[in-house]
Design a protein around this ligand. Structure first.
Ligand code: CA
Length: 230
């Protein structure tokens, strides 16, 4: 099996070396780019399996790199994990809506970064999951075929919008979705039409899920995520 190749896009040399060291220690091959222009060249020339992308870059900024990667059909499938500074929620939202797969806030621990990388690569492998598979996460079981939700074996009655919202979030535990992405993905009879109505739906859903409602986490300034099982 070919080794997984990761392109690190980072203009701070010490951060770049720290990331490279940890990736290689975990058995990944690495390529590096220190500005956005070189990053775009390397995406094409080395076809990485994943891109770690700093958003604050010289030449072409990270969001622009992300946009280019995701709009080009040949590279759109390459997962992108953004590296961002604290307080840049607007950039994180923009990046996620452009198709970035995840983000890690600086300063990060190498352990957290490796966990995110592994999770994103794992999701990429399971992307072929169909719309009808039964989702089991924590003590929650979602059966799209039967349109049924069980929590610890007990059935919970949800509206179709709540059901679709839960299914959407729980289908990718640990993955943060913006309100816009949720509005875009969730269709139901009482379809939320604005990003604020997503908040209202989440409040209602959490209440019906009871104790399990805590698994739907608010990611401040960004959106919502279903808690990953560790
Ligand atoms: Ca930077």
């Amino acid at each position: 099996m070919a080794q997984t190749k990761i392109l690190i896009v980072e203009d701070e040399e010490d951060v770049l070396e720290l990331i490279r060291y940890n990736l290689e220690k975990n058995g990944y091959l690495t390529e590096a780019a220190m500005d956005g222009r070189v990053a775009l060249e390397k995406v094409r020339s080395v076809s990485p399996d994943l891109i770690l992308l700093d958003l604050m870059l010289p030449e072409v900024d990270g969001l622009e790199v992300c946009r280019s990667v995701k709009k080009e059909p040949k590279t759109a499938g390459i997962p992108v994990v953004m590296l961002t500074a604290k307080g840049t929620e607007a950039d994180i939202v923009a990046g996620l809506e452009m198709g970035a797969d995840d983000y890690v806030t600086k300063p990060f621990s190498p352990r957290v970064l490796m966990a995110r990388v592994k999770a994103v690569l794992r999701r990429k492998d399971s992307e072929t999951d169909t719309d009808t598979r039964v989702i089991r996460v924590h003590n929650v079981e979602i059966d799209p075929g039967r349109h049924r939700v069980l929590i610890g074996g007990e059935a919970v009655k949800l509206t179709s919008t709540e059901f679709n919202l839960l299914k959407f979030l729980a289908s990718r535990p640990g993955w943060v979705f913006t309100r816009y992405q949720i509005v875009d993905a969730v269709h139901g009879a009482d379809y939320p039409v604005t990003d604020r109505s997503v908040d209202v739906q989440v409040v209602g859903l959490r209440k019906k899920l009871g104790e399990a409602g805590k698994y739907i986490e608010t990611v401040r300034g960004v959106g919502y995520r279903f808690q990953e099982t560790i």
